[in-house]
Design a protein. Structure first.
Length: 261
């Protein structure tokens, strides 16, 4: 009888713990859903409205604009379109992660080639903002999912450009260190306070979302997405102050297939 009662209490305790975990998971899902719809309603609508307004004005009254005004308007349209594209990429990747639909397919990656591709992709953004975008990439092979690693560095580079004022420098680096492949994104921008840096990637921390030095909008999804993606590819990310001004984000990845992968 005693053994039966113990088993009953253990079963009840296990059921209670399971119910608590399910309730916590449900609360997190609801919070994620609310945040997702908030981003769609606010951060997606604002740049889209600006892009629509400019394009309609140009289409209806093109003859009334001077060449300089057309150039300025199209530059603003391009900035809005880039922001929308980045936001949609992050939303889709984040949604796939939350629903377990993003498969991790690790392979050997030439990290210097991946960073060179991103430097070329973001060079127009840097030039438009008056920034110096530098690439210091030594040949190094990493092990990870190409899409996930690309998304991590894409977000870090986008943030670096966003928070660096005109005349500043953004640097992409990669090298091998202690049997790991290391990639860095450094900038000479606003920097991050020690308190913010400590909680930047902490679970449950409120995402940072503030305008860039030229008023660029953001959702705060980027850095949290980087952490979640790197967890899938056995990587780590560490922020630290740059010498002088700005911040350096250091990403460490395995260089060979691990037992887990």
């Amino acid at each position: 009888e005693l053994v039966a009662r113990v088993r009953t209490h253990l079963a009840l305790h296990e059921a209670t713990c399971r119910a608590e975990r399910q309730a916590a998971d449900l609360a997190q899902l609801n919070a994620d859903k609310d945040r997702f719809f908030s981003i769609i309603a606010h951060d997606l609508r604002s740049p889209l409205a600006g892009l629509l307004g400019l394009s309609e004005a140009l289409a209806a009254n093109l003859a009334e604009f001077t060449p300089a005004e057309v150039t300025e308007a199209t530059a603003e349209m391009a900035k809005s379109a880039r922001g929308l594209y980045q936001l949609l990429e992050n939303l889709l990747e984040w949604a796939q992660l939350q629903t377990g639909r993003m498969e991790c397919r690790p392979e050997s990656l030439a990290l210097e080639t991946l960073l060179a591709e991103l430097a070329e992709l973001f060079q127009p953004n840097a030039l438009q903002k008056g920034l110096n975008l530098r690439l210091e990439a030594a040949p190094v092979t990493a092990w990870g999912d190409r899409r996930m690693v690309h998304a991590v560095f894409r977000n870090l580079l986008s943030n670096a450009i966003k928070f660096t004022p005109a005349g500043g420098t953004v640097t992409l680096r990669c090298f091998a260190k202690d049997d790991r492949a290391v990639g860095e994104v450094a900038d000479t921008g606003e920097g991050i306070s020690p308190a913010q840096m400590e909680s930047l990637f902490a679970r449950g921390a409120k995402p940072m979302s503030k305008p860039g030095t030229a008023g660029e909008r953001g959702t705060g999804l980027g850095l949290g997405l980087c952490r979640e993606l790197l967890e899938r590819v056995w990587g780590t990310i560490t922020p630290q102050p740059a010498s002088g001004h700005g911040v350096v984000f250091t990403v460490s990845l395995p260089v060979r297939k691990s037992d887990k992968s």
